[in-house]
Design a protein around this ligand. Structure first.
Ligand code: NAP
Length: 268
């Protein structure tokens, strides 16, 4: 199968590429740091396609899809994984920061989908599907957390896109899957802390956390047998559901998390 992975230069995307390579998939590896992608491709045998892509640029997204079809003739799964976050209260997030994070996390996903979906719809059915779109969203799609309001909003937008699309395309053989990891051990936090002054509790305090290998194993299961949503931490799904039913309880619990964040970053 042919899998396009945005944000394959680090973290979840890179680990997914390594695991899919071991299963014999043909891959399109994309991100901005092309030297990292080239190194990754070489470590996997060099047979995959590397495309330098800034998903915040619409023309890059379209070029990525063009190049993927030119090389492999089809895309079985498009994984919209590229993304980042930062830790700032909503009212201290500048309009530019707000637009930039939506440009990468949301429009970076929708522009890749806009390029790929019309072509996927013309593909022959293979193993029950013409293709699959997988959006790497987050736990925070269902319940935003303090200091991550902008990021949470982008992840909620990805979830909404996935929910609508999978019904729209179900009878046309396109599977749509959203993925909702909790805190995962990648460069995500380090990158976020370079954007603002806030330091998150390193361990996540007593928040749930998980390994990148665990997240990737669950994503691969959903690529091999598509499903609607992937919640790599099962308890987190119930926590998110409870938070939507009892927002007062969620606010109280997240207030305690906010205290831990402020203790970690006393200047805030
Ligand atoms: N780690 C977590 O706790 C966690 C939890 C829930 C959801 N997620 C989601 O998982 C996804 C992957 O994050 P991660 O944890 O693996 O973080 P990471 O280790 O920081 O990796 C982020 C990846 O996204 C790429 N990227 C960022 N901006 C990009 C852009 N404009 N164009 C193209 N690629 C871009 C980066 O590549 P370049 O910098 O080379 O472009 C990198 O490959 C994100 O969507 C994130 O929101 C992460």
């Amino acid at each position: 199968m042919v899998v396009v992975i945005t944000g394959a230069s680090a973290g979840i995307g890179k680990a997914l590429a390594q695991a899919l390579n071991a299963r014999g998939a043909k891959l399109v590896l994309t991100a901005r740091r092309v030297e990292r992608l080239t190194e990754l491709n070489q470590s996997l045998g060099g047979q995959h396609l590397v495309v330098a892509t800034d998903v915040a640029k619409r023309e890059d997204c379209y070029r990525l899809i063009e190049k993927s079809y030119a090389r492999f003739g089809r895309i079985d799964t498009l994984v919209c994984n590229a993304g980042y976050g930062f830790y700032l209260p909503v009212h201290e997030t500048s309009p530019e920061q707000m637009r930039e994070i939506f440009a990468t996390n949301v429009f970076g996903s929708t522009d890749c989908i806009a390029g790929a979906a019309p072509r996927m719809l013309k593909q022959e059915v293979r193993d029950g599907y013409r293709g699959q779109v997988m959006l790497v969203s987050s736990f925070v799609a269902r319940r935003a957390v303090p200091y991550m309001g902008a990021y949470s909003a982008t992840k909620a937008a990805q979830l909404s896109i996935a929910e609508a699309m999978r019904v729209e395309l179900a009878d046309q053989g396109i599977a749509v899957t959203s993925v909702h990891p909790i805190m995962t051990a990648t460069d995500f936090g380090k990158t976020a802390e370079t954007i603002g002054p806030v330091k998150m509790p390193r361990s996540g305090g007593d928040m749930l956390k998980q390994s990148v290998e665990h997240v990737v194993a669950r994503m691969i299961a959903a690529i091999e047998r598509p499903r609607q949503e992937v919640w790599p931490s099962r308890p987190s799904r119930w926590v998110a559901s409870l938070a939507t039913f009892v927002p007062r309880l969620a606010d109280w619990r997240l207030g305690k998390y906010l205290t831990a964040i402020r203790r970690q970053s006393p200047s805030e």
